[in-house]
Design a binder for this molecule. Structure first.
Ligand SMILES: NC(=O)c1ccc[n+]([C@@H]2O[C@H](COP(=O)([O-])OP(=O)(O)OC[C@H]3O[C@@H](n4cnc5c(N)ncnc54)[C@H](O)[C@@H]3O)[C@@H](O)[C@H]2O)c1
Length: 311
């Protein structure tokens, strides 16, 4: 049984990934600040193969000691999103870049690291490009994107596996309503209306459980996937913001979409992304944008959470 460490495992992706790995029989340890009032991992206490430790990844010495026994390390702990990192630049550098460098410093040759980067660094596509591939240049313009890209480079140089994630959607034990699909469905259900800026900008999306499926795929195929970076998104969901809203409107008929350039995208994201490289390794998604929207409608109608914008 593989012994897996997830840093930031109490977060949006981590709390679902922990469950997925436990159900597959992996031994999972989570380190996190656990600063939410109610733990997103309370369900996991029942699993014999689960353990957790409150640890700040900025404590380099403790983190390095702690990492030693694990076969696989999945470092999810981060300050996530451009607005948050813009407000806390130094902390973003320390958590998003330095804590990864610290893990790599004492990484043993038989330890596998699987890292989630953002694909926001692809930025705005040039006119002669069809799709962004893993070969396309990354030119991140936000502190968030820039710290993540540097960390990815170090991970790949050390033989790890990196995924460049599309914008993630779907329900989680630690919900994030600041992510585009989640936010637009929230608005459709709760506010009946969205004001779209840069409505023609193209984005791509991926369900949180398909992200987890890709992590497991990487663990199970590490010998052929190591040292490589893979785009991770739904090939059937390269949509403009407006097309996404129209998809939501198919299921929430009363949703009003207003276009007005009241703001600008901090990452200047307008791109189509190819996921062919990952698909060629045998990974495929289980969740469509339509089923994800239906899931989110049920989530927001039923649980009506207070909006938890991560900005
Ligand atoms: N959600 C997305 O759309 C997306 C897209 C691309 C990449 N990613 C990457 O995936 C990872 C997880 O993202 P998420 O959406 O689950 O975010 P999240 O904010 O929900 O989770 C981050 C977790 O890290 C923990 N954390 C933060 N600072 C810490 C510290 N100093 N010590 C210990 N734990 C700390 C937080 O408590 C939280 O549980 C991040 O690295 C993010 O950059 C996410």
């Amino acid at each position: 049984m593989k012994n897996i460490l997830i840093t930031g495992g109490a977060g949006y992706i981590g709390s679902v990934l922990t469950e997925t790995l436990l159900n597959k029989g992996y031994k999972v340890t989570v380190v996190d600040l656990f600063d939410q009032l109610e733990s997103s991992l309370s369900y996991a206490a029942q699993y014999k193969n689960f353990s957790a430790k409150r640890l700040d990844v900025l404590d380099a010495k403790k983190l390095r000691e702690f990492c030693t026994p694990f076969d696989v390390i999945i470092p999810l702990a981060a300050l996530v999103g451009a607005p948050l990192c813009e407000r806390h630049e130094v902390l973003a550098e320390l958590i998003n870049y330095k804590s990864i460098a610290n893990i790599l410093e004492t990484k043993k040759s038989d330890q596998l690291i699987i890292y989630p980067n953002t694909n926001s660094g692809y930025g705005k596509m040039t006119d002669n490009e069809d799709f962004c591939t893993e070969e396309s240049p990354l030119n991140p313009i936000s502190v968030y994107g820039e710290t993540k890209v540097r960390a990815e480079k170090d991970i790949i140089n050390s033989g790890g596996i990196a995924f460049r994630l599309a914008t993630v959607f779907g329900s989680s034990y630690r919900m994030r309503t600041d992510l585009m699909v989640n936010e637009f469905v929230y608005k459709a259900v709760k506010e009946k209306c969205v004001v779209l800026f840069e409505s023609h900008f193209r984005r791509n999306f991926i369900h949180v459980r398909d992200v987890c499926k890709a992590f497991i795929h990487a663990i199970e195929n590490s010998s052929s996937m190591s040292g490589e970076v893979y785009n991770l998104g739904l090939s059937s969901a390269n949509y403009t913001k407006k097309q996404l809203c129209l998809k939501i409107k198919e299921q929430v008929k009363s949703f009003v979409i207003i276009e007005n350039d009241i703001s600008l995208d901090p990452d200047k994201r307008d791109y189509l992304v190819s996921n062919e490289k990952l698909e060629a390794t045998g990974w495929s998604p289980d969740h469509s944008i339509e089923s994800g929207i239906a899931e989110l409608i049920k989530y927001y109608e039923t649980f009506a959470p207070i909006k938890t914008a991560n900005v």
